[in-house]
Write a protein that binds this ligand. Structure first.
Ligand code: GLU
Length: 282
């Protein structure tokens, strides 16, 4: 841990920060400090329907209260949609994307028809319905104004990149495995990007050297690694840290009001109390 690491904390303003976020933010800041690097705060607010300005303000307030220091100006994803569109165009020019007009219901129906996994109503592996459309059918539907997402043709993409791996400080050297992904959505129906695309573009543009985030997000890393390879980005290293859990062993969620930093603050807790609750005293 001697290289000056550039780390980031990248919350979405869709709820108040809770003590799990405090851990993630302090963890990223600590590594940056210990290696003589830099710590960056990024606001991931592409989801218009769920992100709220007052929740973004609350993020700054809560992090300030905790004693975190970050660089200004803060990158807000909603201000950089053109960067994501440029990346999307690069992928389209490689002939690796296609429009997908499916609804969730149609996707689940197709999975069931093909004898797939009906036990999970929220299945995310896409069975490739729209991949089979002809160029004429695609144009007809687009010209009719039919809403569509953009998917990445993962099998074709892997033919270009070959096997991919990444260094994970917690899990060791990882080989990206795509067995459990269908063709992933890289631009949603309602916004011209997606979490996967924006996060990959931003980590590259912000020169992040070490992505620290909760171990629940390790499943997304193969996708980010694939996008990095296709877009010609240098791959950062990763540290998927443990998730802070409550006394019943459950991870904290934004809907658990009782663990939000502002609730704890209103009950008289001090930043040092939060640090000791999450084992980040030093
Ligand atoms: N914005 C994501 C979240 O709030 C985190 C993304 C990441 O760290 O890659 O869960």
């Amino acid at each position: 841990m001697s290289f000056p690491e550039i780390t980031r904390f990248a919350p979405s303003p869709t709820g108040y920060l809770h003590i799990g976020h405090a851990y993630a933010a302090l963890f990223a800041e600590k590594i940056a400090k210990e290696t003589g690097g830099r710590f960056i705060l990024r606001i991931e607010d592409i989801d218009n329907a769920r992100c709220k300005p007052e929740l973004e303000e609350a993020i700054y307030e809560d992090l300030n209260w905790l004693g975190l220091k970050w660089e200004e100006p803060v990158r807000r994803q909603s201000n950089h949609l053109t960067d994501y569109t440029a990346a999307l165009n690069t992928l389209s020019n490689l002939n690796l994307t296609y429009p997908c007009f499916c609804t969730r219901k149609e996707i689940n129906k197709e999975i069931q028809r093909a004898g797939g996994a009906p036990h999970n109503a929220d299945v995310s592996v896409y069975p490739g319905i729209c991949k089979l459309l002809t160029e004429t059918e695609r144009m007809e539907r687009i010209n009719k104004g039919q809403g569509h997402a953009i998917r990445l043709n993962v099998a074709e993409a892997l033919k270009i990149t070959g096997v991919l791996s990444w260094k994970d400080w917690s899990a060791g050297l990882q080989t990206a495995n795509f067995d459990c992904f269908g063709d992933i959505i890289i631009a949603r129906k309602d916004i011209p990007t997606s979490y996967h695309l924006s996060v990959t573009v931003d980590d590259a543009l912000q020169d992040i050297t070490l992505v620290t985030r909760g171990e629940d997000l390790i499943e997304s890393t193969p996708i980010h690694r694939l996008l990095q390879a296709l877009l010609g980005y240098k791959s950062p290293q990763y540290f998927h840290h443990k998730l802070i859990k409550n006394s019943e062993g459950k991870r904290y969620a934004k809907r658990d009001h009782g663990t939000s930093l502002r609730f704890l603050r209103s009950k008289g807790k001090k930043p040092k109390d939060i640090r000791s609750m999450i084992g980040m005293d030093s």
